[in-house]
Each structure stands twice: as structure tokens, then as C-alpha cells.
Design a protein around this ligand. Sequence first.
Ligand code: ATP
Ligand code: MG
Length: 357
Amino acid sequence: MTAAITRESRPRILTGDTPTGSLHLGHWVGSVKRRVSLQDSHDCYFIIANVHAYTTRLQKSAEIKRDTIEIVRDYLAMGIDPERATIFVQSEIPAIAELTFLFAMLIPFNRVMRNPTLKTEIELKGLGDTYSFGFPLYAVGQTADILAFRPTGVPVGEDQVPHLEMTREVARRFNHIFCGVDEHTEDKDHVAQGGVFPVPHADVGEVGRLLGVDGTNKMSKSLGNAIFISDPPKEVEKKVKKIFTGRASATEPGDTKNALFQYVRTFITDKARVAELEDKYTRGDNIGDGHIKLEVAEAINVLLAPMRERRAAFEGRDDLVLEILREGTARANRTAEATLALAKDRMHLISWPRSLG
Ligand code: ATP
Ligand code: MG
């Protein structure tokens, strides 16, 4: 007799988003599309990292709350199913805050400050040297967001790989210092050797770094260069038209490495048409940027149409969205509490059984 495959017995993944705005096409191709496809084979946890949003939006806390709800609406629109996946809010998981403090002891301060993703964010978001102590701490917090759920994989965009590398280091260090796992143990063998934490791998999506409509930077909620999942068709068209290529005429040979062609390859599903456009563009065979942009906008609108439809059921229904979040958060707390109890035990912290909710 074969045992029923329960959600709990599947390999686990964790990933999530910070409520610094609503979700865009970069989220879809970099991470969410992958999440949707893993819902039946994996035990999926999706975190809305609302505490981390305070690193850059301290003065806009009402917007953080609004965007938290908006992101859940985006998840539901994109096909994340709360019956199959656990969607939860970071600030209501005390185990994450506790693990953040404990993990901060395992990472050298200079190692945190060398993290290239942090450096880029400081530069791009113009934080100068005015950022709070909480800003670099969020990188440590992210290791706790992940490890509290002991996942084996983390579906993310390319920019998150350095963060994940730090998470992997924390897992290895913890397992070595507190669980006696030999330093030379291969990552895949850590749990079998008695480690509390699997060493999770980054599962980078189809397009690890989708460019924004500015044509230069990563599409990002905070940079004003994003096409949002909730944008209406006309807005999509308007934004696609902005993609800068620097090409002067339809007969000028173009470079298909530009942002416009990243969109062509990502969103036009007819591969023969993609090849034809690439060929004509390279040769400058009477093919204008304006025409290509129209085709791209149309393809994006085809992708977004069913999302708009699913979204409609949750429009103006914050009550439904909050209930999904409440149920997911209760489930997430059960998992994170179990991890924290294990970690405290291995660290020889005195603790007593406790339960949440
Ligand atoms: P912010 O500007 O606040 O940093 P963001 O747009 O970068 O917001 P995040 O919440 O930081 O979004 O990222 C959530 C997830 O989406 C991460 O896994 C990240 O790698 C992925 N992601 C974000 N933008 C892109 C993009 N342009 N291309 C591919 N993946 C992306
Ligand atoms: Mg980001």
C-alpha cells in the first residue's frame, strides 16, 4: 500500500515579495510563474515581507499595508491558489524575528556590508549614508525568512542570488557549530548528517532579470519603470511604447540584445515569429520599433487577460484577501515554531513549549 502524498511530505519551497508596490512582469517571469507551476508538487510558502518594507518606506506605513493586500491580490490573479500554497505575512511570525537575532551572530558584519545586492540597492534608491541600521539587517532577516521554513529551493530573480548565498552560509554554519555537521559535508547531505537546516538552492526563473521600460535598469517596483500585473491594456501599450532603443529608422540595423528584444523573446510565444523579427531587425529590413512595440504590447495583454479576470473576484474584497492571509499565517506559524524549537534546542537555549493562536 502506498502512503498518501500529503502536502507536508513534499519538498518545500519558500519565496516572497516586499510590499514596496504591487507586482510587475519582472516578478512573473523571475519567480511567480515558477511558483505557480510548483504548487502541485511542492509544499509552497509565500511570504509578504512587510517588515522589510520599512527599510525604505518608514514614512509611508499606510502604503505598506495597502501594498501587502495588493500583492496578495496579485498572487491570486497570477494563479497562486491558497488551497495549495501558504501565503502569509512576515510581521505575524515571531519565530522569524527571533531567528534574525540569532542568525545575526553567525554572519560577520563586513560580510553583510559586502553583499552586492545591498550595495546596488543603496545606490539605485539613492540611500547614500542615511540608511537605517535596519537596512543591512534586512539581509540577515531574509536568511531567517527562508530558513524558518527549512526549504530546499527558493524561486527568485537573479538579483536575489547573493542574498541566498548568505542564507546558504548561515545554514552551513549553524549545522556545523550546533549540530556537529562536518565542515566538508556536501550541501545536499547536511540534513542527513544531522543538520537542522537544508542548504537551499536558488531556483532562478526563465528570465532572471527583466529590464524595465527605461531600457537600462532591472524592472523594479521602486524605480518607476515597471509594467504592473494590474495595469489596464491601454496603460500596457503606453508603457511599452516608452522602451528606449536609440534606433533612428526602420531601415537601420538594430541590436537584438536591447530591452525591446528581451520583451520580444519573453512575451511573444510564437517562436517562429520571434526568429523572423530578430532576423529583420538585425538586417534593418524595414521593420520599425513602433510596430514591434505594438506586437509586444499585444502579447503582454494576452498574458495578462486571464489574470485580470481572476483578479476581478477579489477587487474591493479586502475581507476575503485578509482571511486568506490570516489562514496562511496560522499555518506558517506552526511550521516556523517547529523550526525555532529545533534551533533553540541545538543552541542550548532554555525554552518551554509554546503555541501561537
Ligand atoms: P524593490 O524595488 O522594492 O526592490 P522589486 O521590484 O525588486 O522591488 P522585490 O520584492 O525586491 O521586487 O523582488 C521580489 C522577487 O521578484 C525576487 O525574487 C526578485 O528577484 C524578483 N524580481 C523582481 N524584479 C525582477 C525582474 N525585473 N526580473 C526578474 N525577477 C525580478
Ligand atoms: Mg528588489
